[in-house]
Design a binder for this molecule. Structure first.
Ligand code: IVH
Length: 693
């Protein structure tokens, strides 16, 4: 194949792959009917990623590869809404819904149909499509203007980047960004592990996520969406009613719930409400009510709007599910970073389909606010939250002799006096080197999949090793031998606060021949884990996987991290004062330095593997965008050369770009942008001449 043919072939394959991938996405995310295995899907996506890497001039904003994220938004642009984003009037009783319907029937002649829909508990979004392409996604903001969060929204798989079929040229789609329960639990577990405050409910988590600066992080959090309202300029709407518009929108690629119904009267509406009040607990995401909308667009126009909301729609809000039960006792749990979390043990009670017997009490302030006493009858609520919370105490039922719940002042595990950091609500056990749950928690973190990935060891086995005094910190793992492990065993009882409804589990942990052998092998293998993951594995408070990577890339070795000042650390992307101080605290602890030195002598990676830098650093401080194909070298070779000469490869053109290195077939959009920003465009020959100097 000659050069031109090869490029034409690649271009066609890119187009085909995009169509095939988006079609599988549609089957999976919209129709909930997967048409390919995850493995085969990944193979197609990887092929597309590789082709787009080789031919970046063919990358388009609607390519499924854009969904993996990567672009950073430093500040979200404020955008005025073309049509204001109004809210709905709320009602809490069916009688208010009856009033709403009577009002409408009085002002409209003839029959009125209503569409009942789920009221998704998330963050509302306005999506603008032009010629079938998603061009903008904006948050509600104050209703008149919101934040442009397009880059982040593009990572959500159920939001179409490109529409199919017979869609209007320009229109807006309104919908809700939600965080499904499984994504929510995964994220909170990770946050708890990192010593970060957990999200109170999926709505807060969704709101926090769409405002993250790093779209790659957004992509990881697996948000979802539902659309419920199409908007166009007056007189342009090609449908007679709302229901038809949503059915068409589903065909174009939007996620439209199957759970909507046309209702003709209050009885049918009430039936829909009652059904979902009972069955919402079975949904994999939160809803907080039902939205009732007039179906016919002409009738909607006749009804019009109040200043804040349409007269043709109303939201029925569910009451949070609650139950009364007795507080038996309070446990104080110690986390990996020493944080003390009080947990209420309750008399088991049925709530929203599960048996609740534990509820988090958050911190000491929360206990004080409730004025909680032992044996109190407490009201437990399960609203948007997954973990039930105690919302009130029935004081009339308090026994005269009952004792007030007092927050402990000593660690329940090691007896150290607890401390409270300034401005924080949580109490800590400061004995981080001697307190068993902190030690075990740190070792569990160290062996984790994203850290040292020491397979075959887990929470239970760590406990056995700890009890047998074989490990006191994570560096002791490297002193383990087959003989020390073989034959160890213990019966373990487990109970976790997240899993409120589960019974205690009993497990037997035993180190048989194969287990012991596997553990020793995995520990040995971990010595080649790269520096960024070792840095993450150390378990520095607030230093997650991504931050560790950024620090490792920027500092290049543990010695540089240890020597860096707080200010120097804060120069690293995503490292703020809180993280920088936490890093300094960690390395000012002698015991930590001692452990690091031991790990270093064992052979763990404490330097970032980098190619040797050349002496010629002619491109130092230059941000360079490489675009197109080159005759003297491959794109990857050119990029490597730029790095060796001290330059930095950046993916998109901005005012900070030093120059664009343009090969054959540079993308026209890139050229336009470079010209608009007055950025120099160098040819391959110019570049080679420049570096020769
Ligand atoms: S229709 C003119 N339908 O509830 C208002 N809203 O309090 C059009 N919401 O801001 C909104 N599910 O964020 C509509 N099926 C649904 C909804 C829904 C959730 C949210 C939306 C809106 C808020 C109104």
């Amino acid at each position: 194949m000659n050069g031109d043919n090869k490029i034409d072939f690649a271009k066609q394959r890119i187009i085909d792959l995009r169509r095939i991938i988006e079609n599988h996405n549609y089957n999976y995310y919209i129709l909930a009917n997967p048409s390919i295995s995850d493995y085969d899907f990944d193979m197609l996506l990887n092929e597309l990623i590789a082709l787009e890497k080789e031919y970046p001039e063919f990358i388009t904003p609607d390519s499924p590869t854009q969904r993996v994220g990567g672009d950073i938004t430093k500040e979200f642009k404020t955008v005025k809404h073309r049509y204001p984003m109004l809210s709905l009037s709320n009602s809490y009783s069916v009688s208010e819904i009856k009033d709403f319907i009577t009002r409408i029937e009085k002002s409209i002649e003839g029959d009125v149909d209503f569409v009942c829909e789920l009221k998704y508990d998330g963050v509302s979004i306005s999506l603008t499509y032009e010629d079938g392409l998603l061009i903008r996604a904006v948050t509600r903001g104050d209703g008149t203007q919101g934040d442009d969060v397009t880059t982040n929204i593009k990572t959500i798989k159920s939001i179409p980047l490109k529409l199919n079929g017979n869609y209007p040229d320009i229109f807006e789609m309104r919908g809700e960004i939600i965080m499904p329960h499984n994504s929510f639990s995964t994220i909170n577990k990770e946050r708890e592990d990192l010593g970060l405050q957990v999200f109170a409910n999926p709505r807060n988590a969704a709101a926090g996520t769409i405002k993250l600066q790093d779209s790659k992080e957004v992509a990881k959090r697996k948000l979802d969406s539902f659309c419920y309202f199409m908007m166009m300029d007056e007189g342009k709407m090609p449908f007679k009613n709302h229901y038809e518009s949503l059915i068409a929108a589903k065909k174009w690629g939007f996620n439209i719930s199957n759970f909507m119904a046309i209702c003709k009267n209050v009885d049918e509406i009430e039936e829909f409400i009652n059904y979902w009040d009972e069955n919402r607990k079975n949904l994999p995401f939160d809803i907080d009510g039902i939205v009732i909308k007039v179906n016919n667009f002409e009738q909607r126009d006749l009804l019009g709007f109040t200043a804040k909301s349409p007269r043709w729609a109303i939201a029925y809000k569910f009451k949070a599910e609650e139950a009364y039960t007795k507080l038996i006792s309070v446990d104080f749990q110690v986390g990996r970073h020493g944080t003390i979390t009080p947990v209420a043990n309750l008399e088991p009670v049925q709530l929203a389909g599960t048996t609740v017997k534990r509820a988090t009490l958050h911190n000491s302030d929360f206990i004080d606010q409730l004025d909680l006493h032992y044996n109190d009858i407490v009201c437990v609520e399960k609203g948007g939250e997954i973990i039930p919370k105690i919302v009130s105490v029935d004081r009339s039922k308090r026994e005269k002799t009952s004792k007030k719940v007092v927050f402990i002042d000593k660690c329940p595990e090691c007896g150290s006096k607890l401390i409270k950091a300034e401005g924080e609500t949580a109490w800590y056990c400061p004995n981080n080197q001697g307190c068993p749950p902190q030690i075990k928690g740190r070792i569990e973190h160290f062996i984790g999949r994203k850290a040292m990935n020491i397979e075959s060891l887990g929470e239970g086995k760590i406990e056995v090793l700890f009890d047998n005094r074989l490990i006191r910190n994570y560096s002791d793992l490297y002193d383990l031998t087959y003989d020390k492990l073989f034959g160890l065993e213990k019966i373990i009882t487990n109970e976790s606060v997240d899993n409120i409804s589960s019974e205690n589990t009993i497990r037997k942990i035993s180190f048989k021949e194969k287990t012991a052998k596997n553990i020793i092998e995995a520990i040995e293998k971990s010595k080649s884990v790269p520096f960024s993951r070792v840095l993450f594995a150390l378990g520095i408070k607030y230093v997650g996987e991504t931050t560790a990577k950024l620090i490792a890339n920027s500092m290049e070795s543990i010695d540089n991290v240890i020597a860096a000042t707080t200010e120097e650390l804060m120069e690293i992307d995503e490292v703020g004062e809180k993280i920088a101080i936490s890093i300094k605290d960690f390395f000012s602890n002698e015991e930590n330095i001692h452990i690091i030195n031991k790990l270093r002598s064992i052979g763990l990676q404490f330097d970032q593997c980098k190619r040797q830098k050349g002496e010629n650093q002619i491109l130092l401080g230059k941000n360079i965008v490489v675009s197109g194909v080159f005759s003297s070298m491959s794109r990857d070779e050119i990029k490597q050369l730029i790095e060796d000469l001290g330059g930095k490869n950046v993916s998109s053109i901005s005012s900070k770009t030093s120059f664009v290195l343009a090969g054959e077939k540079m993308g026209p959009e890139k050229r336009k942008k470079a010209e608009a920003l007055n950025i120099e465009i160098l040819t391959e020959a110019d570049f080679l001449e420049m570096i020769k100097k």
